[in-house]
Ligand binder design. Structure first.
Ligand code: H2U
Length: 353
């Protein structure tokens, strides 16, 4: 039998942050593909749609009127999944029927007054304004809530309901599953190795190089060793940073530059506005703010659903639902593809040419 080659031979990989394994089957990339390969028509998105509830000056369905904003715009979600004042469920000793109190608040943040822009085509100072607003939100909601989840759903394929560039914030009195597992695994790693897990990880990835896509003096963008989605990536500061509000002015500027480049690469992959869900994970807040959180390292996660083309999506069904996650393209192959793409957005390149 030939020697093991991770780009050829199936194996399982461990995610130490989530204590989960992923099945990697790179040989399947060679199978013939008879499916659709073409690019969908570019959506014709108007700069200002008088009917869009996220646009400046428009009246939302609940009668509230948006200001004539010219930068970011934050408002309370009109249809929140989490409310602040709700009765608590009764305590139960039954291990099979457990519930607990859940309080929170939900907000929507528009990135820009124009509906026809996305982060990679916005200017660096406009992206920087988004980062500053994220930091402000995490500080403000973090005074009251243990976990502030900032996330962006982009593209109809990810269930995004509105083309206007925006993200959401759900802040809760409880630690959601992803947060509490990562809290535990990072704490255990710190106790054992006396170093934050993700700082150790980035150091080693920078030495190995094969999963790193982009780096600057302050940030590293890579495909995690244990990535599940075909083009899943992680963005991390090089310095030990607990929360987004702890980023210095220089780090925020470097992040804006990095975000423009990484999102341009994503869009350049299939020459479309690349769909994804992204979000920030950092040390918990609220009553957990003052606790020892040195095991945490701030990071952003990008989960794009596309696999082979602008229209072919990876489905997390069947084996993934019933057994465990599986991927065909290896993390190293995905990183190489993204690394070789231009970091200037195709729309900006065409305009220049
Ligand atoms: P997506 O990011 O998944 O598209 O969701 C948009 C959010 O905007 C959604 O949570 C909120 C929805 O409740 N929204 C309002 O709060 N007011 C509106 O008038 C439209 C949409």
């Amino acid at each position: 039998m030939s020697a093991f080659d991770p780009t050829e031979h199936q194996h399982i990989r461990y995610n130490p942050l989530k204590e989960e394994w992923v099945l990697v089957s790179p040989h399947r990339m060679k199978r013939p593909w008879a499916g659709q390969m073409e690019k969908p028509d570019e959506e014709n998105i108007p700069r200002h749609d008088p009917k869009n509830p996220l646009c400046p000056r428009n009246t939302r369905p609940n009668g509230k009127v948006n200001p004539d904003y010219d930068g970011t715009f934050l408002f309370d979600n009109d249809f929140p999944a989490l409310l602040t004042d709700v009765p608590e469920p009764e305590k139960s000793d039954n291990p099979l029927f457990q519930s607990a109190a859940a309080r929170g608040t939900c907000q929507v943040m528009c990135f820009h007054p124009h509906t026809d822009v996305t982060l990679p085509v916005m200017s660096q100072s406009e992206v920087r304004a988004v980062i500053d607003k994220w930091a402000e939100i995490n500080t403000d909601l973090g005074k009251k809530f243990d976990w502030v989840q900032i996330f962006e759903n982009k593209g109809a394929m990810m269930g995004c309901s509105n083309p206007h560039p925006h993200c959401q914030v759900w802040a809760s009195s409880f630690m959601p599953n992803e947060a509490s597992v990562k809290n535990r695994t990072q704490r255990t790693y710190m106790e054992r190795y006396k170093q934050p897990l993700l700082l150790d990880y980035v150091k080693q990835e920078l030495e190995k190089k094969d999963r790193v896509i982009l780096q600057n003096d302050h940030w590293v963008w890579l495909v995690p060793y244990w990535a599940v989605w075909p083009y899943e990536t992680m963005l991390l500061p090089r310095r030990h940073v607990l929360r987004i509000q702890d980023l210095t002015d220089t780090e925020r500027e470097a992040l804006a530059d990095m975000m423009k480049k990484l999102l341009s690469k994503y869009d350049n992959l299939f020459d479309i506005s690349f769909p994804y869900s992204m979000g920030w994970h950092g040390a918990p807040t609220g009553k957990l703010y003052e606790k020892d959180n040195q095991h945490w390292q701030l990071h952003a996660l990008y989960y794009p659903p596309l696999l082979r083309s602008a229209t072919v999506k990876k489905f997390m069904v069947g084996y993934e639902m019933l057994a465990q996650s599986q991927r065909d393209l290896s993390a190293e192959q995905a990183a190489e593809k993204l690394r070789n793409l231009p970091d200037v957005h195709y729309k900006l390149r065409t305009n220049k040419g």
